[in-house]
Write a protein that binds this ligand. Structure first.
Ligand code: NAD
Length: 507
């Protein structure tokens, strides 16, 4: 194992007591009605990081009722954009002042490297500030050319009560991609973080109170997908569900919401290709490929988990990717040098290994890694940087979301084959193209089925740029102006000017 870069257990003080998470319902912090709790053990360090109230249907009912009252009574939805922006900015300031506290809990619960957790929380600050800017610029539209007797107005109104259900891989960032936008639109919300990473959302709840959000505008219910997320998806008083997570659960949510025909927005999985043409800058591409596949240990919807490489450069590029992979520091997420931390759970580590072993059994070559990794001094589960080659496009590892630090290498002969391979999956989240020829990049960007396309780069993101998927990667968009639009209904108001209406019934 010496041929990869390993960071052993860091000498840091771990929290003495687990974090105590409670529900935030109608402005009050509550234990569950039956006193039930659940524990989260650190996937890297093994200690109990948090003990949280374990919610059920009763807590969801109370939280939805509070959000409904807060919406219908009109306090928040009738605030001006300026007032909304002021509170959103206060939240941003509180997050910015507590980065270390949030990052430590985020790292201990998720296994992600501390340097990355800090960067994600800084990214969240920007999202809250950006949503504040959107609140100030929220406006509708008008039609002044419908004839002199008619004025048409298009009002943008908040959807209402929104259920926000988030995953474990970017807990603080993803709630910040949804909640401030919903609030900027004038909605009220019930939020459920993943049962694996509940605590930083609870901290966010503290900041929301301190920033001055009225009671009931945001409520947090902790617990498992079933019953908490399930009840948030079927509840008759919820107007919209915004969900980030697996495609399988996304499909459940669409079915669950159909009874009450709620608006649904879904950010789901991906099997994202990077296509490398023979004229590409191979050094730049190799670095972006390594970043794309190992970032967040591959537990990333945007993971660049397969590369599709022109046959003339596939050997040279793969050699570079293998060499760089050996330099990426895997290990203790609390060491600031670590770039790849622990896998979220034992079960998930086994699932990753299952994909790699199935590919091996089907004749694929493992060029690097291919097995779980033990880190000296840490009880947690890690997986080696892994590169799998000599595969066919129909193998599970080449089509399905592995969600681990595992790269699949496929090859192509011409442009059409590259596009066919890139699109040969049920997902359509993101894609990348590497070529020094802008025409090749643009032609690929137009043909590939994806919500985001990167040309000669990977996974750059901005609060201004919408993000979301096509096909089974999701419905709707987050971020940018489109991210606000998701939480708005459109109302047409037609105003007759003067007594100009022609009677329908003849006099
Ligand atoms: P998951 O689907 O298992 O869980 C996501 C959330 O849904 C959790 O809060 C969970 O408790 C809840 N949930 C589970 N069952 C539910 C049910 N029946 N009804 C309502 N809620 C339920 O996903 P995960 O394992 O936490 O996250 C990994 C997945 O998320 C991957 O597939 C990844 O690609 C996807 N993801 C997508 C994006 C994106 O923006 N497209 C971003 C991050 C993660």
């Amino acid at each position: 194992m010496s041929h990869i870069t390993i960071i052993k257990a860091a000498a840091v003080d771990l929290p003495k007591e687990p974090f105590n998470g409670r529900h935030m319902i109608d402005g009050v912090w509550l234990a569950s009605s039956d006193g039930a709790t659940f524990e989260r053990k650190s996937p890297s360090h093994g200690m109990v990081v948090s003990v949280s109230a374990k919610g059920g249907a009763l807590e969801v009912d109370a939280a939805v009722a509070a959000a409904r009252r807060a919406f219908d009574a009109g306090g928040w939805k009738h605030t001006s954009g300026k007032e909304r922006a002021q509170v959103l900015h206060r939240v941003a300031g509180l997050i910015a002042g507590n980065i270390e506290r949030i990052a430590l809990l985020e790292t201990l619960e998720s296994g992600k490297p501390i340097y990355q957790a800090r960067a994600e929380i800084e990214g969240a600050v920007d999202l809250w500030r950006y949503a504040a800017a959107l609140a100030r610029t929220l406006h509708g539209d008008s039609h002044n050319a419908l004839g002199s007797d008619m004025l048409g107005m298009i009002l943008k109104e908040p959807v209402g009560v929104v259920s926000i259900i988030t995953p474990w891989n970017f807990p603080f960032l993803i709630v910040s991609q949804k909640l401030p936008f919903a609030l900027a639109a004038g909605c009220t919300a019930v939020v459920k973080p993943s049962e694996l990473t509940p605590s930083t959302t609870v901290i966010l709840g503290e900041f929301l109170q301190e920033a001055g959000f009225p009671e009931g505008v945001v409520n947090i219910v902790l617990g498992y997908g079933d019953p908490v997320g399930a009840a948030m998806s079927t509840h008759a008083d919820v107007d919209m569900v915004t969900f980030t997570g697996s495609t399988a659960v996304g499909k459940h949510i669409v079915a669950a919401t159909s009874g009450t025909l709620k608006k649904v927005s879904l950010e789901l999985g991906g099997k994202n290709p990077q296509v490398i043409f023979p004229d590409a800058d191979l050094d730049q591409a190799a670095d972006a490929i390594v970043f794309g596949v190992y970032f967040n240990a591959g537990e990333c919807c945007n993971s660049g988990s397969r590369i599709i490489v022109h046959e003339d450069v596939v050997e040279a590029l793969t050699e570079k990717v293998v060499a760089l992979s050996k330099k990426v520091p895997f290990g203790d997420p609390l060491d600031p040098r670590t770039q790849v931390g622990a896998i979220i759970s034992d079960a998930h580590n086994r699932k990753i290994d299952g994909y790699v072993n199935a590919a091996k059994d089907a004749g694929a070559d493992i060029l690097l890694g291919g097995k779980a990794l033990d880190i000296d001094g840490l009880p947690g589960k890690f997986y080696m940087p892994t590169i799998v080659s000599n595969l066919s496009a129909d193998m599970a590892i080449a089509r399905e979301e592995v969600f681990g630090p595992v790269l699949s290498v496929l090859r192509f002969k011409d442009f059409d084959e590259a596009v066919t391979l890139a699109n040969a999956t049920s997902y359509g989240l993101s894609a990348g193209v590497w070529s020094e020829n802008v025409h090749t990049c643009l032609a690929f960007a137009r043909e590939v089925q994806a919500g985001t396309v990167w040309t000669n780069t990977w996974m750059d993101g901005y609060s201004e740029m919408p993000f979301g998927g096509v096909k089974e990667s999701g419905l709707g968009r987050e971020l940018g102006r489109y991210g606000l639009e998701e939480f708005l209904e459109v109302k047409s108001v037609l105003m007759r000017v003067g007594k100009t209406r022609v009677p329908w019934v003849a006099k």
